[in-house]
Design a binder for this molecule. Sequence first.
Ligand code: DX5
Ligand code: ZN
Length: 224
Amino acid sequence: MAFFTELGDRVVGAPSILAADFANLAAEVRQAAEGGAELVHFDAMDNHFVPNLTVGPAVAASLVEAVDLPVDAHLMVDNPDNLIQPFIEAGVTSISVQPEAVTHLHRILEVIRNGGCEAGVALNPTTPPEFIEWALPYLDYILVMSVNPGFGGQSFIPEMVEKVRRIKQMTDLPVQVDGGITEETAPLMAEAGAQVLVAGSAVYKGDPATEMRKIIEAARRAAG
Ligand code: DX5
Ligand code: ZN
């Protein structure tokens, strides 16, 4: 199943599970889907690359079975090599790795693609776009972190708008943004060229369908 390669010029929303109720994950994702979400953003953390610990392939597999939306795994883990195959087998449709945590990026991107998934990189706020210039042919999307990875509910880093713009000058690959995305910041990112708006706390702070819809609509108005 392809998501990013079939996105065209559409702007879409994705709830981040990090802010959802983990005991009711599927129901929480379905609520965001009612608000127009088209992708689920699945945050895996290892307490090494980031100082937090979340969920892995077993939970991803259950979620894939339980919801209709494609599941996108964002791996915030050191040396993710051993986790790629389990996530592919879990049925996720795309996997992004943090290049800062990977020794052999070319190889890992090929493993992701050879497993039938779309491959992405997630860039920390201070990682320059040029760092992944030579990886572009092996990528299906780029994730721009607009907070430091590890926790939900952090403040949006405004310089990341310019980073999205710079990346869109480098490549036509779709850009996903993650961290501090709200009804106020989503339009800034969409105007700069971001197409996949990930939001955790802004979606789950209230009624997920209503909040998701507000973010998607604000972003679409700005994208024009
Ligand atoms: C942060 C995660 C995000 C997180 C975003 O490390 O990658 O996906 O859930 O949370 P908010 O939307 O609350 O900034
Ligand atoms: Zn994330």
